[in-house]
Design a protein around this ligand. Sequence first.
Ligand code: ADP
Ligand code: MG
Length: 358
Amino acid sequence: MKENKIRLKFKGSKHHRLLAFLLIIPMAFALSACGSSTSEKDSKESTIELYNMDTHMTVTAYGENADKALEKVREEVNRIDKLLSTGLEESEVYKINSGAADALSEDTYKLLDKSLQLYKDTDGAFNIAVYPIMEAWGFTTKNYKVPDDETIARLLTLATPDDILFNRDEHKIAFAKEGMKIDFGGIAKGYTSARIMEIFKECGVKSGKVNLGGNVQTLGTKTDGSKWRIAIQSPDKGDEYAGVLEVADKAIITSGGYERFFEENGVTYHHIIDPKTGKPAKSGLQSVTIVSDDGTLADGLSTSLFIMGKDKSVEFWKKHKDEFQFVLLTDDNKLVASEGLKGSLTSDRYEVEFVSAK
Ligand code: ADP
Ligand code: MG
């Protein structure tokens, strides 16, 4: 893990007192004219950068309590990473996967509950039990390989969330079949960004933003009251964005086949597995962006809709349109978005088609 560094803007200076003296008369006038000087304090910006969960993270908070909040965020992100990291022997998920877990922590309990709910709601697209298949493709170790069909067929028999025995009363988990393993990689970053928003609120921060490797969540508006402008990354990671969303108080989470992949014999294989085939999902989409109040949901759904493809995604959205909005970038280079994003989504690069709920 790289060392975390803190970067603070608006640092104090030695000449503070002299300046204060010189400014005291105009300041007093300004105070009586404006009522208070809090707007300046409210717009004080602090940022930390972290490397965690295999991801570069930038967390920004505004106001007097920003530094305090960011220290808590740093601790919390470390804590969640240590809990969920599949490769770390001390992690809770590692213990679950090796059958050695005790009572579940509150975090894992919530993530498991949400994941199993999503499995049902998405008709099996969101499946935390695909982990043995992720291993077979080498995504867990970066020793990439294309598994043979027999291996995939065998491992698919373990990718069955109905065989996760979740004892909600005792907060315990067990697997009905030997060899089953789970992984919250499809939902963990959204859970983390949602936790960060909670910390902001607990600390009295009213405006802030986190970017976890392209997955963004915002609290409130910018300090001047305007909305945040959040870019949707282009699949080729070029300078030109796929689109821009203007939002307040939302998670904006993107899944794409270009995030993590390898190539073999001229074929590209990415890390989002279709649980029906055990292979990287091919559904005619380059990326899916979900906009929602709920970061955890947004992350789970970005993975799920990427697997579902356009038509199923639209049907799914019609049933859940109060919970989220979407932007799909199709293989034929069009942006298809839900109508709730009209007025908030723009693109210089692609044609945008809005889908209505009727
Ligand atoms: P990213 O982590 O790159 O932002 P996603 O949110 O789409 O992208 O998560 C992809 C991760 O989700 C994979 O690395 C893997 O850990 C996990 N995963 C892959 N396929 C599925 C699936 N069908 N259901 C749930 N999780 C999945
Ligand atoms: Mg996801």
